[in-house]
Each structure stands twice: as structure tokens, then as C-alpha cells.
Design a protein around this ligand. Structure first.
Ligand SMILES: Cc1cc2nc3c(=O)[nH]c(=O)nc-3n(C[C@H](O)[C@H](O)[C@H](O)COP(=O)(O)OP(=O)(O)OC[C@H]3O[C@@H](n4cnc5c(N)ncnc54)[C@H](O)[C@@H]3O)c2cc1C
Length: 389
């Protein structure tokens, strides 16, 4: 078997890249370790920057997102009960779109199926070879048989625990990491959101976030210890704790219902450098992780894909190497700014178990400064809606 680009991983990064390349007439093979149902059952991100929305539109899969996505012009914040609204429209002229990662993934999967483009799901033991040469290859097992494909390039879109980054010799890659001393316990439920916008709340008992996926579906999070077992949290316990961390008026107005998903996610910042190793390119969570506080993970995956698609299309269509040569530096410049913002939002809003009284006063001063400064609010807004590509 032979293809031009072998894409490892059929999450949003892999599927979006596949769609952009196929639209440009480039041959693609997509290999995914899990089943389609498993991929669609994963509940993850839900806030799209304008640049991500534009890319999905450019890929020709934006119709449902446009029809069902909820435009948000700002966010609400609370610090120990004190309110602050960040007005994205007033500060930047931009907005974000609330549209679940699962829905975007479904749109991309359906578009591939409608175009007759096959992805190999349940591909086991995916391995990459010879990516330090112009003739890389991939192998995998499927249905008990071993398969192989030669290709021109490999795109590692296989997430944080994937096979591609792990195949790079340790001396060729640098990694930078911060692991936070807490996680997020998330619940999804089919009830209307308490407010039209997301509510980010700092509270002495821990951070809380009231997010949503639609006008009928909420996604709410509680900061929790790393060893939290979601099974120990009944729905009632979750909603009670969320109410404790919100203003009484919001807590009272909040509708609750049975959870349709409940899980714990650890918080981590991580970057691998560089993103190119010969004919292998890393994109999305395979290359970097952000804590979800700034809603950047999916959006960074999309901007990596934009740069990588431009580079690969330039190579195959115009015989230009410039896009591929600059891919790593171009993507990393944006990644590090999103890492900084996600770290900053996390530090501002969470309760850090080892913080001293001094640290807590500085955290409070950071919020007071934000509340009193148009410039600081603009800085938050322009990072949240997405820095220029
Ligand atoms: C639990 C959780 C909650 C999150 N919540 C938020 C949020 O609220 N807001 C936010 O902005 N971001 C959130 N994120 C981050 C966001 O979902 C990711 O940044 C986004 O999914 C990145 O897309 P990706 O395609 O790069 O990686 P992924 O979505 O991880 O996709 C990688 C794909 O590769 C496949 N794969 C892995 N290994 C192999 C292999 N060896 N062979 C073949 N295929 C393989 C995986 O099965 C997967 O389908 C969350 C992430 C997690 C894990």
C-alpha cells in the first residue's frame, strides 16, 4: 500500500488535517487505535475560537456547527463571590463559538464517510519507521493481519499517549512539563445552562466552571484532588458541591439533573520541541497539552493543523518547502503563548494546596487588577478569543 500522508490518530487534529489534504487532492491514510463509537463517546472540549471556526468552514464541514453552535460574546468570572464580566466583543470585536468537540468530530467523520474516504479504526500496534529518510512507512494490525504502507510524510496526531512522539529518539526531542496538584471532576447533564455565558469561579473550596454544549446541555467542572474517583461522587454530591462554590443567586437558579457522563481529568502543561523530525510532523495533543482553563487545547490542535496543511499542500502542489520548513517554529510560537495564557488562567482561578498566605494575597491582587484595568481585560479577552494565526 502507498499513500502521500499517513495520519496517525482520528481525533479532531487528524480528521481535520485529512479533510484539508483530501480537499486539495492529496492522498491520505488515517489510522485510529479506537473504534468510531469510542472516539465519539469521549467528552472533551467545547469552545471554538474564530480561527478554528474559519478552518472548519474552509474544510467544508461547518454547516451544522454554524446552525447549532452558540456564539458567546464574553465570560462571567467570580472571585470569592466578587463578579467580573469579560466582554470579548467590546474589547476585541470578536466572539467564540460553543460547539462540542464530539459534534465536530462527528461532522468530520460523516464528511469523510460521505466522500468515500476510509479511515482504519481499531488499528492495533501502529508503528512508524524510517521517518529520518524521505521514505517513511507505517505498519499496523487489523483483524489479526499485519498491514504496511509507504508514504511521503507521517502526521503524528495521536494525542498525548500516542505512538508517534514516543518513536522519536530521546536525544532529538526536548520536553517541558508542569503537572498541577489537582484535577477537574466533570459532569455532563441535559438541563438548560444557568446563564447564557460560561461562569468561571474561584472559591476557597476550589475552582468551579459552569460550561455548556448547547441550550439544553451543560458541562460543569469542580477542581478536585488528583486521587478523586468519579464513582465516589453521586450526582447529588456533585451538584451540592458546585452550588457551594457559586453565588447563592446562581446556585438557586441552577437546574440540575442526572449526569450522562462523569469523569476526572488531571491538569497538565506540556510542550515537545521541535515538531518536525525528518518526514514526521507532530500536531495537536501529540505535541502539547494545556490545562483546559483557557479553552485552548482543541484550538491549538486546529492552528497546528492549519500550518501543517499549508506546508503539505505547498509541498505537493507547488513543490515549495517553505511551509514545512517553518512549521515547527511557526506552530511553537503560537503554542507557547497559549501555554502561558492557560497557565495564567489556571493560577488565577484555582486554589493551590501549597500556596502561602502571600501567594493567596497576590492571587487576589491579580483579580483586583483585572477588575480595575481595561488593559488587563483586553489582554484576557484577546487571548481567550484566540491570538492571530
Ligand atoms: C479528558 C479531557 C478533557 C478535555 N477537556 C477540554 C476542555 O474542556 N477544553 C479544551 O479546550 N480542551 C479540552 N481537552 C483537550 C482537547 O480535547 C484536546 O486538546 C483535543 O482533543 C486535541 O485533539 P487531538 O486530535 O490532537 O488529540 P486527541 O483528541 O487525543 O486524538 C488523538 C487520537 O489518536 C488516537 N490514538 C492514540 N494513540 C494511537 C495509536 N498508537 N495509534 C493510532 N491512534 C492512536 C486516539 O484514540 C485519538 O482518537 C480535554 C482533553 C481531555 C483528555
Amino acid at each position: 500500500m502507498r499513500t502521500q500522508v499517513a495520519i496517525i490518530g482520528a481525533g479532531p487534529a487528524g480528521l481535520l488535517l485529512a479533510r484539508l489534504l483530501e480537499n486539495a487532492g492529496i492522498g491520505v491514510l488515517v489510522l485510529e487505535r479506537r473504534s468510531p463509537d469510542y472516539v465519539l463517546a469521549r467528552i472533551r472540549a467545547g469552545v471554538l475560537e474564530q480561527g478554528s471556526v474559519d478552518l472548519v468552514d474552509e474544510a467544508g464541514v461547518g454547516a451544522r456547527m454554524r446552525a447549532e453552535g452558540l456564539p458567546h460574546d464574553g465570560i462571567e468570572m467570580r472571585f470569592d463571590g466578587d463578579p467580573l464580566r469579560i466582554d470579548f466583543q467590546a474589547r476585541t470585536g470578536k466572539r467564540v463559538l460553543v460547539y462540542g468537540q464530539t459534534e465536530l468530530t462527528r461532522d468530520l467523520m460523516e464528511a469523510r464517510a460521505a466522500a468515500g474516504a476510509a479511515s482504519v479504526y481499531a488499528a492495533e500496534d501502529v508503528a512508524i519507521a524510517d521517518f529520518d529518510t524521505p521514505h517513511p512507512s507505517v505498519t499496523w494490525r487489523h483483524g489479526g493481519a499485519l498491514h504496511a504502507a509507504d508514504c511521503d510524510f507521517i502526521a503524528g496526531c495521536d494525542g498525548f499517549h500516542g505512538a508517534t512522539r514516543a518513536s522519536v529518539p530521546v536525544e532529538a526531542i526536548n520536553t517541558f512539563e508542569r503537572v498541577y496538584p489537582f484535577g477537574w471532576l466533570g459532569v455532563m447533564a441535559d438541563v438548560p445552562p444557568v446563564r447564557d455565558e460560561l461562569i468561571y469561579a474561584h472559591h476557597a473550596r476550589g475552582f468551579a466552571l459552569c460550561s455548556m454544549r448547547s441550550r439544553r446541555r451543560v458541562r460543569c467542572y469542580l477542581q478536585c484532588p488528583l486521587d478523586t474517583d468519579a464513582a465516589d461522587w453521586s450526582d447529588e454530591r456533585f451538584w451540592d458541591e458546585l452550588r457551594r462554590r457559586l453565588d447563592p443567586e446562581i446556585a438557586e437558579a441552577m437546574q440540575t439533573g442526572p449526569s450522562i457522563e462523569k469523569s476526572v481529568a488531571p491538569l497538565r502543561s506540556f510542550v515537545a520541541e521541535p515538531l518536525r523530525f525528518g518526514t514526521l510532523f507532530l500536531a495537536g495533543d501529540a505535541a502539547h497539552i494545556v490545562p483546559p482553563t483557557g479553552a485552548k487545547g482543541l484550538n491549538l490542535a486546529a492552528s497546528d493543523v492549519r500550518y501543517l496543511a499549508e506546508g503539505l499542500i505547498g509541498h505537493f502542489r507547488e513543490r515549495s518547502q517553505a511551509g514545512l520548513e517553518h512549521y515547527s517554529a511557526r506552530a511553537l510560537a503560537r503554542i507557547w503563548k497559549a501555554e502561558r495564557f492557560s497557565w495564567w488562567m489556571t493560577k488565577l482561578l484555582h486554589t493551590f494546596p501549597d500556596d502561602s498566605a502571600f501567594d493567596r494575597r497576590v492571587q487576589r491582587a491579580e483579580f483586583d487588577y483585572l477588575r480595575g484595568s481595561a488593559a488587563a481585560q483586553t489582554a484576557l479577552a484577546e487571548n481567550y478569543v484566540g491570538l492571530p494565526a
